[in-house]
Design a binder for this molecule. Structure first.
Ligand SMILES: [Zn+2]
Length: 196
């Protein structure tokens, strides 16, 4: 298959967008989406102290590469290892993580966590990028380790398997779940404020 933008060999296919992309255009697409998501969640202000959540996974490697792109030339942003002193938390959650988490909470009947507003500004740059593309991005930038997902409970593994099967015929499903996940806390707050 050929890249929809330049005609070179494609390395990823985005069924949800109806395009195929070569490695150069896939990386650029991921970075553009991630930057947009960061801006949507309040951006990275001057003087910001970032706490990075994550470990040694492919997702974390992708996140640190992405942050070096997003913060290139910025000297007004620092990193901290103490979450209490951070002004913003950055996570390596992928689109799949967000969608699976939402479905897990729904199937567990746990409304409280779905409606919780984070205490600190939270940026999830990779939450608009499917896990397979995050993995591509990590490998594109030198990751040679495992790309498999972290261990999760049998319950959430079943949810992940269901979502994978469902998404094969409905490729936008994870994005729809992400939109719900983004909107719920604000909708709940709005509803509460009207009730007062
Ligand atoms: Zn291309």
């Amino acid at each position: 298959m050929k890249c929809s933008r330049c005609g070179n060999d494609a390395v990823i296919v985005q069924d949800y967008a109806g395009v195929a992309l070569c490695s150069r255009h896939a990386a650029a697409d991921i970075e553009a989406k991630a930057k947009r998501e960061v801006r949507k969640c309040g951006g990275i202000a001057s003087g910001e102290k970032l706490f990075i959540m994550g470990g040694s996974s492919a997702e974390s490697h992708a996140l640190s590469t992405l942050l070096s792109v997003i913060l290139a030339g910025r000297r007004d942003v620092t990193f901290t290892t103490d979450v209490a002193s951070a002004t913003a938390v950055v996570t390596a959650d992928t689109l799949d993580d967000i969608a699976e988490h939402l479905l897990c909470q729904v199937c567990r009947g746990d409304a409280a966590e779905l409606l919780a507003v984070p205490e600190k500004k939270t940026l999830r740059p990779l939450s608009v990028v499917p896990r397979t593309e995050v993995c591509f991005y990590a490998r594109h930038h030198g990751w040679t380790g495992d790309c498999s997902t972290q261990d999760s409970s049998a319950f959430c593994s079943d949810i992940a398997a269901f979502l994978k099967t469902f998404s094969a015929d409905h490729p936008s499903a994870a994005y729809a779940l992400k939109r719900i996940s983004d909107q719920l806390p604000d909708l709940y707050l709005e509803r509460q404020n009207h009730a007062v």
